[in-house]
Design a protein around this ligand. Sequence first.
Ligand code: F0G
Length: 359
Amino acid sequence: MSLRPVPLPRIEGHAFTGTHVPLIERYLDRLPFEPGDKLVSLQEGSTPLLRAPVLSQLVGASVRLKLEGANPTGSFKDRGMTCAVSAAVRDGAKAVICASTGNTAASTAAYAARAGITCAVIVPEGKIAQGKMAQTLVHGARVISLQGNFDQALTLVRELTDTHQIVLVNSVNNYRIEGQKTAAFEIHEALDGELEALCIPVGNAGNITSYWRGFKELGAAPRMLGFQAEGAAPIVEGRVIEHPETVASAIRIGNPVRWEDAMAAATESRGAIRVVSDAEILAAYRLLAAREGMFCEPASAASVAGLLKYGAEGAQQIACVLTGRGLKDPETAIANNEGMIIQCAAETAAIEEAVLGDP
Ligand code: F0G
């Protein structure tokens, strides 16, 4: 199916308030589906683009946050998953599978549940955040905890789907990229095509690939500024990382499948892929929560950490993608703030001191 290069439709009454329009319906003209196709949707997409006054002041430019945690399962994965699962069901699939650092697993599990098909997920043992594990389990997926990392999980799952009738819904699946490119459409519409730079975390590199595809389809070319975590920065270092490590477990990936596409996105847009440390990620994570009121997961904060560290090449209109919700990863939130909790006896004097005394 080819995508027609038509001008972006502004769907009357939906373009800015379209929270009730499933993503595929909203952008049907630009997605590989036909009117009347049966869709598997949880009313994903149409997420807010929030002004970030504190960041704007720090950077000296207009900064907005694309709140992808507002999707039904709490991350951007739902954009791709409505497409991947709808297509799988349309094509007669009875089962879907993915390797995941957590969010893809939660999203696959939710859409498979909605579609009434079987779902299996392979996750690196001990390395996925609890909220994501909780979601995946309750949605009824078969959860396989691999004694290995994400890259090994993906290799194994690709082998498995070569020889079995199970649809792979990782971002090697083109429907994932197609669905996720719609976030670029939304930003483009909301800013009337004025966006100059997009800051985005990079893990398996599917999302930066998707945004760039979306912008290119519109004839737009904001700089794509991708950020990897220091211990898991294969693209920046130009080599596969055998044992990736970072506090941002979602992007703990040493051999991204969309490596070439991510390089192309950075090069063609005159952007870059750069590195941020765990300390920088956590500082941005705290700043977003404490100053902007926006609680995202650590991997998401890599976009803002990168903007604060490197600037945006003189861009005045900037968007940072907050890829997932903070509630996904309560362990990291609490582990980094436990000292902030004030113990208190159940007495008036004690409560007075706890509430009003010097912090
Ligand atoms: N942010 C979050 C919250 C993620 O979950 C991911 C990827 C990324 C950023 C990076 O996106 O891989 O397209 O470059 N999570 C995948 C998963 C790998 O399995 O949930 P990417």
